[in-house]
Structures are given as structure tokens and as C-alpha cells.
Design a protein around this ligand. Structure first.
Ligand code: ATP
Length: 309
């Protein structure tokens, strides 16, 4: 099922938590919703799941509007809320049965669905335990199981790895990836590495507005601009190397990074690459290259630039 968000605006008093946000999620896509605290991620996801009504705009889920058919949309969405509120005193099976009944799953199908969820979410070893006795990672698995029990097409996960230890984070990410092969997933996070590891596409939201929409590779490309190379050259003096490099027409600027190692940072003119010309020049002048690598713009830097007020 596709999700189309059109001009979504939600106010809390005078504050716009979400301000004229539009985007699409294609069926089967795993979308990472990224932004600092208070950016508007939860508000947007709650609006998609029909938990809150926006003042302006519409959301179409599989062609159904949140204003006209919230009941149909709710049937097709599984939601894992931030901090994953669960009934601590229930055991996993009873809890999943309770959730299945709320969803109106026919009674005769419930045991099968529960078994399926226990298998999918890797809960076999813990299934008779009380939820309150489980580790945070396993509680998160129960949260995923309750979000999936009615077999929705779409899964919305609000900060699914918050509060987990590094091993649990890896396990939950793997699980989300596996589930993401069959479902449309929207996952929110304020950690860039998280969405990069799990998602096909990244949407960055800041102050209620979308500031970036693209794949991690597109994001890098967009931010990269001019080619920047790190070059190490030996076999000649720094001055001579400088002079020869400056003869290359595509080079815009050269910085000396390390005198001892003769390391340079070279920036090319827009839409040009200087790699081949540098190589040819070094061969012509009997220098030898100890390093020639493009400098990658870190996604973290892009994210910080985009979301600093
Ligand atoms: P976080 O990562 O901290 O959960 P978020 O990106 O999910 O942040 P939202 O929870 O959507 O952000 O909040 C967006 C803005 O709306 C914030 O400034 C928040 O304080 C405000 N807000 C959210 N819910 C309410 C509410 N029920 N009443 C008043 N203001 C709210």
C-alpha cells in the first residue's frame, strides 16, 4: 500500500508541530524518518496511523483518506509506539491474544497468528514469561509482535531501538530488515546510522518541515558538491609538487595537510575530476603517489548542517 502525505499541518496551541509536510512512501519501501527531538516525527506518524487528526492536509493510505476511512487504514497499519508501552504483568501469549482480540481477528485464527508472531519475532524461548520479566530487547520484540499480529501492510515504528544495548540494537535492526522485505515500513529515529543501516530512503524533518528526501547515496552526492581528494606524493619537493599540481586546469585549490608525509587536500572545480590528470602529472615528473582518495562527506555532518537552527 502506498502512503501519500499531502500538505499535512498539525498545531498544538500556537505551535506548528508539523508544518505543510508532503511526501510519499511506495509500497514495500522502508523509509527512515530522521530528525532531532521535537522535529515532528511522532506527530506525523500518529497522523498516518489515524491516532490524531491534522488541522490541514490529507493522508491517503492505499488510496483511502484518513478523514473518510480511518477504520480501513487502522486495519492496515501496525504501530510500535515510542517507549513501547506493554502490560508488564501479562505473559507474552496472553498479551498477544488480547491484542489479537482487539483487532477482531477471528477466534479460530488467533492461536496460529500468535505462533507465527512468536516465530517471526524470535520469542520461542521466552513465550511463557511475564512481559515485565523480559529484557528490553525482548520487550521490543513483543512490541513488534503486537504491531504485526493483524498482518498489516504497513508498519510504523517510533524510535524502535531507543534504550537498547548495542547487541539488542543489531538484533532489532535485523528483525526490522527481515520484516521490511514484506511490508511498507516507516521508522523514526534521531540517529543517522540507524536509518542508514535499515532504510531504503531517508526523510529528514526539522521544526515540522521536511528538509531532505532521498537515499543515503543521493544525500551524500547532494552535499558533496566539488570533488575533494586527499593526495600523498613523494619523490619531489613540496614546492615542485605544488607547482606541477597547479598546472592542472581542473584543480581549484590545494592545501598542504602534512609537510612530513607530503599530504595535500585538493579541491576540483565544479563538475570536474582531477584524478587522471594528477596521476599523469606524477608519472611525468617521476613522483610516486602514496595515497589518492576521495574525501567522503560524512552523513552526520550533513544532518547536523541541516538540522541546526
Ligand atoms: P521526539 O524524537 O522527541 O519524539 P518528534 O520528532 O517525534 O520528537 P513530536 O513528538 O512530533 O516530535 O513533537 C513535535 C512538537 O510538537 C514538539 O515541539 C512537541 O513538544 C509538540 N507536541 C507534541 N505532542 C504534543 C501535545 N500532545 N501537546 C502539545 N505539544 C505537543
Amino acid at each position: 500500500m502506498d502512503i501519500v502525505v499531502e500538505h499535512l499541518t498539525k498545531r498544538y496551541g500556537p505551535q506548528k508541530a508539523v508544518d505543510n509536510v508532503s511526501f510519499r512512501v511506495k509500497a514495500g519501501e522502508v523509509l527512515g524518518f530522521l530528525g532531532p527531538n521535537g522535529a515532528g516525527k511522532t506527530t506525523t506518524m500518529k497522523a498516518i496511523a489515524c491516532f490524531i487528526k491534522p488541522e490541514e492536509g490529507d493522508i491517503l493510505v492505499g488510496g483511502y483518506s484518513i478523514h473518510e476511512h480511518p477504520e480501513i487504514i487502522k486495519k492496515n497499519i501496525g504501530y510500535l509506539a515510542e517507549n513501547n508501552p506493554l502490560y508488564q504483568e501479562m505473559n507474552i501469549i496472553d498479551f498477544l491474544e488480547f491484542i489479537a482480540k482487539i483487532h477482531g481477528i477471528p477466534k479460530y485464527l488467533i492461536p496460529e497468528r500468535i505462533l507465527d508472531m512468536i516465530r517471526t519475532c524470535g520469542l520461542e524461548g521466552e513465550k511463557h514469561k511475564l512481559i515485565g520479566e523480559l529484557s528490553k530487547g525482548y520487550q521490543q520484540r513483543v512490541g513488534l509482535a503486537q504491531a504485526l499480529i493483524h498482518d498489516p501492510d504497513i508498519l510504523i515504528l517510533d524510535e524502535p531501538t531507543t534504550g537498547l544495548d548495542p547487541n539488542q540494537i543489531v538484533e532489532i535492526r535485523e528483525l526490522i530488515k527481515r520484516i521490511g522485505k514484506e511490508k511498507t515500513v516507516i521508522l523514526s529515529s534521531h540517529i543517522l546510522a540507524e536509518v542508514e543501516a535499515t532504510c531504503d530512503r531517508i526523510l529528514i524533518i526539522n521544526n515540522g518541515r521536511i528538509v531532505v528526501d532521498g537515499t543515503a547515496a543521493e544525500l551524500r552526492k547532494q552535499a558533496q558538491g566539488n570533488e575533494i581528494l586527499k593526495l600523498g606524493v613523494q619523490g619531489g619537493s613540496v614546492d615542485d609538487i605544488f607547482e606541477h599540481l597547479f598546472e592542472i586546469e581542473t584543480i581549484d585549490s590545494i592545501d598542504l595537510l602534512d609537510v612530513e608525509k607530503q599530504l595535500f587536500e585538493i579541491q576540483s572545480l565544479p563538475d570536474t575530476s582531477s584524478v587522471k590528470a594528477i596521476f599523469d602529472s606524477c608519472v611525468r615528473n617521476n613522483y610516486y603517489i602514496t595515497e589518492l582518495t576521495p574525501t567522503e562527506t560524512k552523513l552526520e555532518d550533513i544532518f547536523r548542517d541541516l538540522t541546526l537552527h
